[in-house]
Write a new protein. Structure first.
Length: 136
């Protein structure tokens, strides 16, 4: 079939189909960028120390993300944006809590090591010169 042999309505049908496709593509807005960021942050936090030290905050962020995704699916982009931002804030809080917990653990370990070194120094000093370590 050559272009001359095609029915005249075939070109119109193709044009209508393309127009409908373009209109439907324009009608649905892409998800807010913060939704994509929140997804990545929540996924990353699940395997990071935040997931271990601040599980509650990570779980709350997951719930906010789920709500944000549902809102985006319903094309409630303003609500999706707000919920995604809340999820990001929860993840930031979880990361801060995890960092604090790790710092406190490191400080405790350092204090224990310092105490052990002091005790060893006193024992060594007492072994070399009895009574010398106690006066210091």
């Amino acid at each position: 079939m050559t272009s001359i042999d095609r029915p005249h309505w075939m070109g119109s049908l193709v044009a209508v189909a393309l127009s409908a496709g373009l209109l439907s593509a324009c009608a649905s807005e892409p998800p807010p960028p913060s939704l994509v960021q929140a997804r990545a942050a929540v996924e990353g936090a699940q395997t990071a120390p935040a997931g271990e030290y601040a599980a509650l905050e990570v779980r709350e962020a997951q719930e906010k993300l789920s709500d944000a995704e549902a809102a985006a699916a319903d094309e409630e982009n303003e609500r999706a944006e707000r919920l995604a931002q809340e999820a990001l804030i929860n993840i930031q809080l979880a990361e801060a809590k995890a960092e604090l917990e790790r710092a406190e653990k490191a400080a405790d370990e350092l204090a224990e090591t310092t105490q052990t070194l002091r005790q060893e120094t006193e024992r060594t000093t007492d072994a070399i010169a009895p009574g010398a370590g106690a006066s210091q």
